[in-house]
Structure formats: C-alpha cells, structure tokens
Design a protein around this ligand. Structure first.
Ligand code: X8Z
Ligand code: ZN
Length: 604
C-alpha cells in the first residue's frame, strides 16, 4: 500500500512538473503573440490614419486636373498595403494560429483579422495591389468629379434626387433620370478593370474571388450568403408583390398613363428604385414639410441630441471642426463625394462624417444612420477592444444601428415629443405603415436581389463587360419588377451609377442584413425595454434604450455576431420581426389591389 502511495506521489510530482513546463510554454506563446499583436497594432494605427487622412482629402475636395490628392492616396495606401499584406506578417500570424489552442479568443480574433486584411493586399502580388489602388482612386474621381448635365446645364445629384422625389412631370423626370445614369458610361471600363484586379489580389491568398472574400468576413461562404439573401426575398415577396401592384396603379394614375406590367425606372422617386417612400404623403404627418423651415445644421444637432438623450457622449469637437456635412456652395471650384459616409479616422476619437445634408425627411434619416456609425465607433473605442477589433460585430450590425434609430426617430410619438408634428392630429396609421414599407420592404429586392446578384455575377461568375447592362436590367425586372424607360444598351453601365458598385464592392448584402437586424433590435427594444407598440415608440430620453444599445456596441468585433444576437434579442437572425411589423398592411393592400392584375409571380 505504501509503495503504491509513493508511486502515485511520484507520478503526480512528475505530472506536475510536466504541467508547469507546459504552462510555461503556453504562457510564453501567449506573451509572444501579444507582443506581436501590440507591435502590429501600433504600426497599423499610424498607417491606417495616414490612409484615412489622404482618402478624406481626396473625397472632400475633388479638383479637376489636380494630381496631388491622387499622389497622396497612392503613397498612403501603398504603405498601408505593404504593411498589412507583408509576407512576414502573414507567416508569423499563421504560425501563431497553428497553436491557437494555446491562445485566448481575443488574440485569435485579432490574428484572424490580420489575415483577412492581408488577403486584400498580398505582398506576393504587390504590383497588382498598387495598380488596384490607382484604379480605385481614379474610379472615385470619375464618379464624384462627374459633371451631371440636364439640357446642357450643370446640375447636382441633390437636385436630381429632389426632382425624382417631387416632380409629376414625366418628361422632366425622364431627363434627369437619364442624366443621372450618364456617369455609368464613363465608369464601365474602370469597373471591368477593378473586377479583374480585385479578384486577382485576393486569389493570391487562396480566395476564389472578391465576392467570396468579402462574404468571408461574416464567417460564411458565398453560397450561404446567396441562400440567406434568397430566403429574405422569398419571405418578403408576398408583401413586395402587393406593393408593386399598388405602385403600378398609383403611378399610372399620377402620370396619366396605362398601367404598365413593370414599373418604368424614372417613375420611382429614387435613382435606383431602392426607396419608394416618397410616393406616399401622410396627411398631418409630413416630415418633409415639418423640416422645410429647419436648417441642415439643425438636423445634425437634433440627431446628436437624440443620441445624447439616451446616454451617449456629445460628439467630440473634431466632428464639427473636420466633418464635411453640407452641400458645397454653388460657386465652389471643386466637388466632393456626394454619398453619405462616416469615418473612424484614427480608430480612436477622430470621428468625421461626409454628407450633403439638406432639410428633407430622407436626409433626416441619413443623419441618424451616419451618427449610428459614429456612435458605434465611439462605443467600441475603449480599452477592452483592441484596435484590430474596432469594427462592428459584423458589417450588417454597423449599418443597422443608425438605420434603426432613423426608423425610431420618424415615429409619431418621437416626433411629437420633439415638436415636429402636432400631437392633436390623428393620422392614418395604415398610410404611415405603407410609407415605411415603401422604404424598408421595397429596398430588399434591390439590396438582397439586384445588387447582390449583380456583384456575384461580376466577381464570381465572370460576367463579360458586354453583358453588364443586360444583366443589370434582367435582375431589376426579376427582383424589383422595374424596367428602364427606354432601351439601355451596352454603351451604358447603369449599375456603375451606384456608388457601392465602384467603391464598396461586393458588400451590398450588408444593408439587406442590416434591415433584418434592425427590426429584430427595434422589436426587442419596443417590447422588452420600452414596453411600447413597435409602430409607435418614443426612444428619446430613454437611458434603458441607451444601455441596451451600448451592450451591443461596446464589444465591437470582439464577439461572435450570432451569439451576440442571441444574447441581446434572444433569437437568431430572422425576418419575422420585420414581417410582423408590416403584417397589418397585407389586408389593406389586398383590398386596394382587388381586381387589379398582378404581374410579378406569386413566389420567387
Ligand atoms: O450607403 C448607405 C449609407 C452608407 S453609410 C448612407 N446606404 C445604402 C444606400 O444608400 O444605398 C444606407 C441604406 C442603403
Ligand atoms: Zn452606413
């Protein structure tokens, strides 16, 4: 017996010694990995900031014939690419990941993020990367430096959008719609070149194509993403089909025409037919009207007030000092990027937004959208989130937050509280729900269908350049039930008139995901935080809403996005809350559409 005990003691001692040695190696590896991550992050931050500063200048001041911006962007982005795509960095990262069982999850996430970033800029194809940087900047300059013309006179996209929203004059609408597409023609060759360069750069590290690469950020395959997008479209299709039928008849009445089978694109109040909400005016609840005598500045501060009211910090002074928030004066000698965006310049507190705010309902929503990004940046810029994980839980989350607050800030109790609508007026709730559906539901066949399928065809299916326009309009007909006003041959490239096709490539499904997520978050907040009807909430001033949001935002990408969703709203990604929200509309639309001919198939 004694002998056995001695033996056990000896074995235990031996094991302990082994354990201690093993723990030492584990700790050494962790320490080594941490040193590597710290070092990488330091350099990454500097190069990221330099790149953001150069890009900022290139997007806010586009001067014809200027070469300085292009030179600075090239230099800064090449330096950033050289570092992030360096073979040495890739090798070291892979070696650490081979022993990932010995590292902590935060380290693993950072290492994966390093590899993901590297795949966009591999040193082994550095010439291609440099070529791509040049091509990307040139494409942006063409897009945003473009001189839109109507009847030979220069105009702006702000003005084109206004006419498409407001005008009943079909001939005028056609003119501005056609003008808005002219830029695509100029961008077609550049797009073909970019598709090839983007694919080749990510091929070098083993991605099949650029679409697959971008989707992998969600830890999903291309097929999984396409399936998810199909599923979303299928789910909203019955409602979309009712909206489509309703819109065909309403628009034909408005323009005094026969009811068309498919909607001519210039009849819709948006250049791409992605937002139809301007088709409905709700009596006593006209936000465009309510904002008419407000200034653009007022809208921005009002957005900030909302975030502050739920417990977020004021915007840092740099936001107001450095942002480019308003349209340029008419006599400006330069142009700027006219698509709204939010920038996390230094991954710390240099937060800026690029917008062209005008006092309209659409921009009121966009201001909330962009501030959603800004406050997401601010929330995860804390010591618990390492620099490399200062991103959304996924890209769709990032898009969802501000869009959700935009939705909330347009609900009646909220606007009443802010003095923007009369509390005593009873509004037609169904018309208001219809208006909301024309925004959020009408968007999905465009976002999850047309844009996603088009970019999948571009990047993963080798769509030839002489079929770009044919494909684009085939998809628009199938998913949106929309057709071009006149034949649009291959001399055009109507897809390229959309910003994201050029400079946010293969990521548009982000917005479809964001719309699904935002209804999940909103449903949860309305029911479980505010205890209010999701159709009539008032988030303003609710610190509980702020706390809930912060719990989602503050970990950035240091989480598993699916787990975070489950934890915060209690379910997996699902369109059900969105469908529930719009459910009361189905009966109304079916009644309105009684006796009308449906031209979209019952299911897609
Ligand atoms: O591009 C955007 C944002 C970018 S931060 C303004 N959105 C999509 C679009 O305009 O096409 C928001 C909704 C859809
Ligand atoms: Zn956004």
């Amino acid at each position: 017996m004694k002998k056995i005990i001695l033996l056990i003691l000896a074995v235990t001692f031996f094991n302990c010694k082994n354990e201690t040695a093993k723990k030492d190696t584990d700790n050494n590896l962790k320490t080594e990995a941490q040193a590597f991550l710290d070092e990488y992050s330091k350099t990454y931050k500097d190069l990221y900031y330099a790149s953001a500063l150069a890009e900022w200048d290139a997007n806010t001041k586009i001067v014809p014939g200027d070469t300085l911006n292009a030179f600075n962007v090239q230099k800064a982005n090449e330096a950033f690419a050289k570092f992030t795509g360096s073979t040495d960095v890739i090798e070291k990262t892979k070696t650490f990941l081979e022993s990932k069982d010995l590292l902590d999850i935060k380290q693993i996430r950072q290492l994966n993020s390093i590899l993901y970033k590297a795949a966009n800029n591999p040193e082994i194809v550095s010439d291609l990367v440099s070529e791509r940087i040049t091509a990307e900047n040139a494409q942006n300059e063409t897009l945003f430096g473009f001189d839109f013309k109507v009847d030979g006179a220069s105009t702006t996209t702000t003005e084109i959008d206004r006419i498409l929203r407001e005008s009943n004059n079909e001939a005028k609408r056609l003119k501005v719609w056609e003008s808005s597409k002219e830029v695509g023609t100029e961008l077609k060759d550049g797009l073909e070149n970019l598709v090839s360069l983007r694919n080749k750069t990510v091929n070098a590290l083993g991605y099949d194509d650029y679409f697959t690469y971008q989707v992998s950020d969600y830890k999903m395959t291309r097929e999984e993403m396409l399936n998810d997008m199909d599923k979303i479209i299928k789910e909203v299709w019955p409602l979309y089909r009712e909206l489509h039928t309703w819109a065909r008849y309403e628009l034909a009445k408005k323009y005094g025409k026969n009811v068309p089978d498919y909607i001519p694109a210039h009849w819709l109040p948006n250049r791409w037919g992605q937002d139809w909400s301007a088709l409905v005016k709700v009596e006593g609840f006209d936000i465009d009207e309510a904002l008419k005598d407000k200034s653009a500045e007022w809208i921005v501060t009002e957005g900030e007030e909302f975030f502050k009211s739920i417990g977020f910090d004021p915007l840092p002074s740099v936001f107001y000092e450095k942002s480019s928030l308003y349209p340029l004066p008419e006599d400006a000698t330069y142009k700027k990027n006219n698509h709204a965006s939010a920038w996390h310049m230094d991954l710390e507190n240099d937060l800026r937004s690029l917008m062209s705010v005008v006092p309209t309902a659409e921009y009121y929503e966009t201001v909330h959208h962009e501030l959603g990004h800004i406050y997401y940046y601010q929330s995860y810029s804390n010591p618990d989130v390492p620099l490399l994980l200062r991103e959304g839980a996924n890209r769709g989350y990032h898009e969802a937050i501000g869009s959700m607050l935009g939705l909330a800030a347009m609900q009646k109790p909220f606007l009443e509280g802010r003095g923007l609508v009369d509390a005593n007026i009873k509004i037609d709730e169904t018309q208001n729900l219809l208006k909301e559906a024309l925004n959020y539901v009408a968007f999905l066949p465009f976002g999850a269908g047309v844009m996603t399928q088009f970019e999948n065809a571009l990047y993963a299916e080798n769509l030839p350049k002489d079929e770009y326009n044919k494909k684009w309009w085939e998809l628009a007909k199938k998913y949106q039930g929309m057709v071009p006003p006149t034949e649009r041959g291959e001399e055009y490239c109507d897809a390229a008139s959309k910003t994201h096709i050029n400079n946010d490539a293969a990521q548009y499904y982000d917005y479809a995901i964001s719309y699904v997520l935002l209804f999940q978050f909103h449903d949860h907040i309305a029911k479980n935080v505010l205890h209010q009807d999701p159709h009539a909430t008032n988030y303003f001033g609710s610190k509980e809403v702020g706390e809930f949001l912060k719990s989602v935002l503050r970990t950035g990408a240091n989480n598993d996005w699916r787990a975070l969703l489950k934890q915060s709203v209690g379910s997996e990604m699902s369109a059900k809350p969105m469908l529930d929200y719009f459910e009361p509309l189905m009966d109304y639309l079916k009644e309105e559409n009684k006796g009308r001919t449906y031209t979209l198939p019952e299911s897609i």
